[in-house]
Write a protein that binds this ligand. Structure first.
Ligand code: ATP
Ligand code: MG
Length: 384
């Protein structure tokens, strides 16, 4: 019998319309995320998939990789063998644990040549287990579900079914550029978009030399944490202090944050278009801070005509914290670091701004050349 991992991707696949693309992408992502362990083969089998290790690897570690694959409804270790009743009984006997348990059998059949019906298979295999172990049947909440799938002249048997990350396979929705600060929210936002099939590129604006190297390292660590879910990521580091200083010198202080944000978006847009990203992503949540009111979001948006996605806009800190913990970024985000230095931050930021006011404030700026110098100075890091 062959030890494999059995994957189910649920109905989402069908809704996407292009199922083949979905499956191919899922298989590619699994191979890439499992690459540090060794080589795996991913086979499609009528609405499910099996992962077969081709090099020596630890099953537990492979299961941990599958925990991080978007697009899976369930996964679990399973055994595959030629479809026959003898094989079914033999494998079942081999994989049942010792001890006292309640159990149930669930069978699925996508195979016309299998001689028994679904119910018949369940009852007869159940009777076999009772005879073998003396266990009690419980069909509502058993300790162990013995799951049998008969497909493509193979039987797949499993007593394990772990919930997957769900969502869509990474990459099926295209690429996006995530504005990535060192906070809790923006990595959670990037993770949310990953879960909807986006391949993430990240861009961070730092205020060196006014902020420390550690605050930049932290952003790299955050991006690295997300690389556990997406095999590769580009991270752009933008030296933003000079532009910020021009804004501080030449514009009303209450608009500073909005103006920073507008310039961040303009630079992010340039980088996004260079890597064929279709949208920008931010970690804003409505009303969380002064810069995140509807009025201010609107004035910030007006700086670019690119689509801006704010997956956290309708969520609160508790939801965001949960998401960040799931992404594995929370513990890194809460490490102390200076977001920005106090002289760059306004004492009293505006909570309402109008586009005409902001455009007027920008007239006091002559930063076109500086903007392009800033873009040329961007340092790009490839994470894998
Ligand atoms: P976060 O927890 O993501 O830092 P926040 O609650 O601190 O968010 P803001 O500082 O208002 O909120 O930032 C709003 C969004 O703007 C961030 O979620 C992020 O997408 C983007 N952003 C803010 N600062 C930066 C930065 N230095 N570099 C890149 N993006 C940034
Ligand atoms: Mg922040």
């Amino acid at each position: 019998m062959q030890k494999i991992h059995l994957l189910h991707y649920g109905e989402l696949a069908l809704k996407l319309g292009n199922r083949r693309l979905f499956e191919e992408r899922l298989a590619k992502n699994i191979r890439a995320l499992a690459a540090p362990l060794g080589r795996v083969k991913v086979k499609r089998l009528y609405g499910r998939m099996v992962v077969v290790p081709e090099t020596d690897m630890d099953d537990g570690e492979l299961a941990l990789v599958l925990d991080r694959v978007f697009g899976l409804a369930y996964h679990g270790q399973a055994y595959m063998e030629e479809a026959s009743w003898e094989n079914l009984e033999r494998i079942t006997a081999a994989i049942l644990p010792e001890g006292e348990f309640t159990f149930g059998v669930r069978a699925k059949r996508a195979e016309q040549t299998w001689p028994k019906g679904r119910g018949e298979t369940e009852r007869e295999l159940g009777a076999f287990v009772v005879g073998l172990r003396g266990w009690k049947v419980n069909l509502t909440n058993p300790d162990i579900w013995v799951q049998v799938e008969i497909v493509n002249q193979k039987i797949l048997i499993s007593i394990e079914k772990k919930p997957g990350l769900r969502g869509l396979p990474q990459g099926v929705s295209g690429q996006v550029m995530a504005l990535f600060s060192g906070g809790i929210d923006s990595p959670a936002a990037a993770f949310a978009m990953m879960s909807r099939g986006c391949h993430i590129h990240a861009i961070h604006f730092h205020s060196a030399p006014y902020t420390s190297q550690e605050s930049q390292d932290k952003v790299v660590d955050l991006a690295q944490a997300l690389v556990r879910f997406q095999p590769k990521m580009t991270l752009h580091m933008v030296a933003f202090a000079e532009l910020q200083q021009e804004i501080v010198k030449n514009t009303p202080q209450q608009f500073r944050v909005i103006l920073y944000r507008r310039y961040m978006l303009r630079i992010a847009e340039i980088m996004a278009k260079r890597s064929r990203c279709l949208a920008l992503v931010t970690g804003e949540s409505l009303g969380q801070v002064a810069s995140q009111t509807l009025r201010n979001m609107q004035t910030v948006d007006a700086a670019t005509d690119m689509l801006i996605l704010r997956p956290l806009v309708g969520t609160d800190k508790e939801d965001i914290t949960k998401m960040a913990k799931k992404a594995g970024t929370f513990d890194i985000s809460i490490l102390p670091h200076e977001d920005c230095c106090s002289f760059l931050m306004p004492r009293k930021p505006a909570t309402r701004s109008r586009i005409f006011e902001i455009e007027k404030a920008e007239e006091g700026l002559d930063v076109e050349d500086l903007l392009w110098d800033t873009v040329r100075g961007i340092e790009t890091i490839q994470l894998s």
